[in-house]
Design a binder for this molecule. Structure first.
Ligand code: ADP
Length: 380
């Protein structure tokens, strides 16, 4: 039952209890008090029979007596009713007070608990949860509170994990730069152009990592500002392929593109969607040995356009397929790091695709058997 109904019914309950007490009081207390008052009347009348002329009274005197009697009766009746009403008022106030107090406590208790829990959460105890006790608005509020606490706990866990990951990622290039510098200072490493280039490469890696992290933090905070327009998916694919073709030629990998025969209008941010394609094609280039082949295929299905980047490269084990979209996940850490990979590219790609309302996934028949990365974008 909803809280407003409960409140409404409880007020009706309080009124009903008061009325009941009032009517009980007038039904039982008033007659008793009234008959007590009536006891005094015969004394007043000198003990004569009620209704007759009392002994020793003239008719005129009897009329005067009747008048006095009426006035007395009226006063007694008022007194009796008033007495009953006072009693009823006290009893009704006590009963209504007790009922209201019980109801208020039932309503206020969960709110108090919530206030206490929110203070504990604010103090960093993210594990704090409340027991859902009712199925009304307060129960709903409690459930939402728990959901909020859960989200805060997750964000906090992600923040801690991110700090741990980032420090780990920064450690390697920094240690490497430090090693070169110490070697140069001690004269163990010769100050050749090659040494400086190695130091430069490490600094370059740090810079790329910082740039990727900025991008990742924007993506994870769902702050990717997308400029969504209707685009031709064929044009997107062509643009990414042409940009990377020289690098594929250099490495000796065939790059093929299978466009859709008609224009495929997608609702996308051209630069961001292209960034995803460049990332997938760049990975395919990186993880495919010379002599291999990479194909970008564009398809149309129901309400989406589907881009698939297929390669004949190193492939992925099924365990890895589940994790590669998580940040900092790399299958072969040393190989990926040596080529400047930070394990963030696919995470950013996933955020971009999902911000468009699409989906991204990877498939592979296993290590050494190539892999296919596919993502969808909604049709315009
Ligand atoms: P990185 O910058 O390390 O390439 P990504 O997030 O782009 O980071 O990729 C994460 C990991 O997924 C890579 O380290 C690599 O192990 C694996 N991976 C990505 N693309 C491919 C591919 N086409 N073939 C095989 N493995 C891949």
């Amino acid at each position: 039952m909803s809280l407003s109904w409960k409140l409404f019914l409880s007020y009706l309950g309080v009124i009903a209890i008061s009325l009941l007490i009032l009517s009980l009081s007038t039904a039982f207390v008033a007659p008793v008090t009234f008959s007590e008052q009536l006891q005094h009347i015969p004394r007043m009348m000198g003990g004569g029979p009620p209704g007759g002329v009392p002994p020793g009274f003239q008719r005129g005197q009897a009329a005067a007596l009747l008048q006095t009697l009426e006035a007395e009766l009226d006063a007694n009746f008022r007194q009796a009713v008033n007495g009953a009403l006072v009693l009823a008022a006290v009893a009704a106030t006590l009963a209504a007070g007790a009922t209201s107090w019980t109801i208020s406590r039932r309503i206020v208790r969960p709110i108090r608990e919530m206030s206490r829990a929110s203070q504990r959460i604010a103090a960093g105890h993210y594990e704090e949860r409340l027991a859902v006790q009712a199925d009304d608005e307060l129960g709903e509020l409690t459930r939402n509170f728990n959901r909020m606490a859960e989200a805060l706990a997750q964000t906090e866990a992600m923040r801690q994990q991110l700090i741990a990951d980032v420090s780990h990622e920064l450690k390697t290039p920094l240690a490497s730069i430090q090693g070169y510098m110490e070697g140069l200072q001690d004269g163990i490493i010769p100050p050749t152009a090659e040494t400086f280039q190695l130091v430069h490469r490490e600094a370059d890696r740090l810079q790329r990592l910082v740039r990727d992290l900025q991008e990742l933090s924007r993506a994870e905070a769902a702050q990717l500002q997308l400029e969504l327009h209707a685009q031709d998916a064929n044009e997107l694919a062509r643009s990414a392929v042409e940009w990377l073709r020289p690098q594929f030629d250099d490495k000796g990998i065939a790059l093929e593109v299978a466009l859709f025969p008609q224009p495929v209008r997608v609702r996308a941010d051209f630069d961001r969607a292209r960034q995803v394609l460049l990332n997938l094609l760049g990975n395919a280039l990186q993880y495919t040995p010379p002599g291999g082949r990479v194909t970008l295929r564009l398809d149309r299905a129901d309400s989406v356009a589907r881009f698939a980047v297929e390669d004949t490269g190193v492939g992925l084990a099924s365990d890895d397929l589940e994790h590669i979209f998580q940040r900092f996940y790399r299958v072969d850490k040393s190989r990926s790091r040596a080529s400047g990979g930070s394990g963030i590219g696919l995470t950013i790609a996933r955020h971009i695709v999902e911000a468009h309302g699409g989906r991204i996934w990877a498939e592979s028949a296993g290590p050494g058997q190539g892999s296919t990365f596919t993502f969808t974008l909604p049709l315009a």
